[in-house]
Design a protein around this ligand. Structure first.
Ligand code: FAD
Length: 318
């Protein structure tokens, strides 16, 4: 069976959930071969094999530290040349997309970004994308070289499929550009204890209807009762009520959680662009005519300051 390379996204060896989703999707295309770069491969090998990795190619070098991109492109190119895979899959993170783009140039291959589903037919991998503010769903395939595909987080539910993969060394020769950048400083973001917005299974977002920075406590309380991430509309971000890193939409982040709760958000096309592929959408809005109600699975016409605290209380009681 053809092999499919999966670039492992991890933090000091802790494999991130989008990688497990990629391994699950990769099994539809062939036998997954994980490429683990940096320290911690032995700790990660178990979870990668549990999710179907038939081989785990590993390389560790100082060059991989600090989210350096080019050394990882060098390594993936080496893995590609060794395996000759049917496709290379990466998560649709900022890092994943930059690696994918550079790798596609190196290999003279076509690239598809932000896929939300993968399948295969007799001509090879087929990627599904949600385009034009999620107004259309398209399917496409790469027609030149090895398909390089980035997949959005939450596009699949990770499924265990134990395989025999163990860590095996990958030989990487770094090009001159590998040392062309270095991290000069690092500022840790204050941790809220909440999941990362683009990876969260549940997102609770607030908009202009929240009415002020301090009122976002109502959004955060519901989010915390659900173990969710907090999002915001651009109106709320532009007003300075919540950081831009939490903006959902065309000029913010794109999320695809199992559950998206929009509170005090009207549902402008630019907001929809970032959340319309959510599996279940719930809106709380006091205007029954708000456009957000056109796309929801469940809608509550009401004041968010009445509805959200009751919801939070109810969830906490369970
Ligand atoms: P509004 O449209 O003002 O809606 C507020 C809603 O809250 C209303 O429906 C109101 O009925 C409801 N409400 C008020 N009080 C309450 C209450 N107490 N309880 C319940 N409901 C209440 N927007 C984004 O979100 N993300 C983007 O990435 C983005 N990118 C953009 C890019 C471009 C190029 C442009 C032109 C615009 C972009 N926008 C983006 C802006 C977008 O067009 C909208 O202006 C924005 O999404 C509106 O935010 P909102 O829904 O919070 O505010």
């Amino acid at each position: 069976m053809a092999e499919v390379l999966v670039h492992v996204d991890h933090l000091d060896g802790a494999v991130r959930k989008p990688t497990l989703e990629l391994l699950t999707l990769a099994r539809r295309l062939g036998d997954p071969v994980a490429v683990f770069l940096g320290a911690g491969a032995d700790a990660a090998a178990g979870v990668l094999a549990e999710h179907g990795a038939v081989r785990i190619l590993t390389a560790d070098a100082p060059e991989f530290a600090d989210y350096a991109i080019v050394p990882k492109v060098d390594a993936l190119q080496a893995a590609h040349d060794a395996v000759r895979p049917a496709a290379v899959l990466l998560p649709s993170s900022a890092e994943g997309k930059e690696i994918a783009a550079r790798l596609a140039v190196r290999l003279d291959s076509g690239i598809i970004t932000d896929a939300v589903d993968l399948s295969t037919d007799d001509q090879g991998p087929v990627a599904t994308q949600s385009v034009f503010a999620a107004a259309y769903t398209t399917t496409s395939r790469v027609t030149q070289g090895t398909p390089i595909i980035t997949v959005k987080p939450n596009s699949a539910t990770p499924e265990a499929a134990p395989a025999a993969g163990t860590a095996e060394p990958l030989t990487v020769t770094f090009g001159d550009a590998a040392t062309g950048t270095k991290v000069t400083s690092r500022t840790a973001r204050e941790s809220t204890g909440r999941p990362e917005l683009t990876e969260a299974a549940i997102v609770v977002s607030g908009g202009r209807g929240v009415g002020g920075a301090e009122n976002f406590a109502v959004i955060e309380a519901l989010a915390d009762s659900l173990g969710a991430a907090v999002g915001a509309s651009r109106a709320a971000v532009d007003a300075g009520w919540y950081p831009h890193s939490h903006q959902v939409g065309q000029t913010g982040k794109s999320v695809s959680p199992q559950l998206y709760v929009a509170a005090g958000i009207s549902g402008a096309i630019q907001h929809r662009a970032g959340m319309q592929t959510s599996k279940t959408i719930v809106a709380v809005n006091k205007d029954a005519e708000a456009p957000i109600f056109e796309l929801v699975d469940y809608g509550v016409v009401g004041d968010l300051f009445e509805v959200l605290p009751k919801l939070t209380e109810e969830i906490k009681a369970r």
